[in-house]
Design a protein around this ligand. Structure first.
Ligand SMILES: NC(=O)c1ccc[n+]([C@@H]2O[C@H](COP(=O)([O-])OP(=O)(O)OC[C@H]3O[C@@H](n4cnc5c(N)ncnc54)[C@H](O)[C@@H]3O)[C@@H](O)[C@H]2O)c1
Length: 269
């Protein structure tokens, strides 16, 4: 049978979407975990990245690993100036901005429970998870529009919005607020070519999580899951890369659960 693949490897009339070559992404909280994995995957796919974090040592190491495709900046995203400086660095270093990945998060030990957490814990959690994204949109959207290629904003939420834990009520509630903010962003700016989507990981084996659970606990957890393995940071990063790229051009206002399908069915009838 005749092969319908042309020289470019495309089927007749079926154009391959552009990839991330030439695109520029800002990633917050990029020095470790899911953010670092995302930086590696986006650079692998041809993007340039501006990486922000407050952990300077880890950030410096990652930037050295990624070479000329990456710029790192000390940027505390609980301050508007932190996120503004990342957007500016994208324009100064690479001349454009296409992608904003709102990824930064932190453990706030005072985020104990619904009634017991301090106001300060609630406010810090809100600033980090919600205001950082608000400020990000405020500065990134004009830069994306000026770059003339549309844009993609990716907001990293958490399965905690649907599966409450014994502590961290502020974290779960603020991630819910981030999801709703993402929906409004996509609705209000979609017509201008700027998409906004949520990536909602379940339990991910980042360095921090590896420290808390031993090998046996991790393996018991994996046995309970539909896919039989625990999520790695790269699993989340690949989804972020898809949402960042033109291949997801009709995905807007979506929430993608990256939990491998969750728990295995407990009964078999
Ligand atoms: N690991 C998981 O199991 C899991 C599950 C669901 C959702 N998430 C979400 O994934 C995202 C990444 O988390 P992770 O697990 O990779 O965490 P991580 O702790 O490995 O990485 C978070 C990064 O954010 C940085 N950061 C903290 N406060 C900051 C600030 N004010 N300004 C800038 N950077 C700051 C930290 O220094 C760190 O490098 C978060 O939004 C988190 O809520 C993680």
């Amino acid at each position: 049978m005749a092969n319908r693949l042309g020289e470019s490897g495309e089927l007749d009339g079926l154009k391959r979407p552009d990839g991330l070559e030439g695109k520029v992404a800002v990633i917050t909280g990029a020095a470790s975990g899911i953010g670092a994995a995302t930086a590696r995957v986006l650079v692998r796919e041809g993007a340039s990245v501006v990486l922000g974090d407050i952990n300077d040592a880890a950030l410096e190491k990652l930037v050295a690993e990624l070479g000329d495709s990456a710029v790192g900046l000390h940027a505390d995203v609980t301050q508007e100036e932190g996120i503004r400086s990342l957007v500016q660095a994208a324009l100064d270093s690479f001349g454009r901005l296409d992608v904003l990945d709102n990824n930064a998060a932190a453990e706030i030990p005072e985020d104990t429970g619904t009634a017991t957490s301090s106001d300060e814990a609630w406010r810090r959690t809100f600033d980090l998870n919600v205001m950082a994204a608000v400020w990000g949109a405020r500065h990134a959207i004009p830069a994306m529009l000026a770059s003339d290629g549309g844009g993609s904003i990716i907001n990293i939420s958490s399965g905690a919005v649907r599966h409450p834990t014994a502590t961290k009520a502020a974290y779960g509630a603020c991630k819910s607020a981030l999801e709703t903010f993402s929906l409004y962003l996509g609705a209000q700016h979609g017509a201008a070519g700027i998409r906004s989507n949520v990536v909602r990981p379940g339990f991910v084996l980042t360095e921090g999580v590896r420290d808390i659970f031993d090998e046996e606990q991790r393996s018991r957890f994996a046995d309970m899951l539909t896919l039989g393995r625990v999520c790695e940071p790269q699993d989340v990063a690949e989804t972020v890369a898809f949402l960042a790229s033109p291949a997801s051009g009709y995905v807007n206002c979506a929430v993608l659960d990256i939990d491998g399908g969750g728990a295995r069915p407990m009964v078999s009838w």
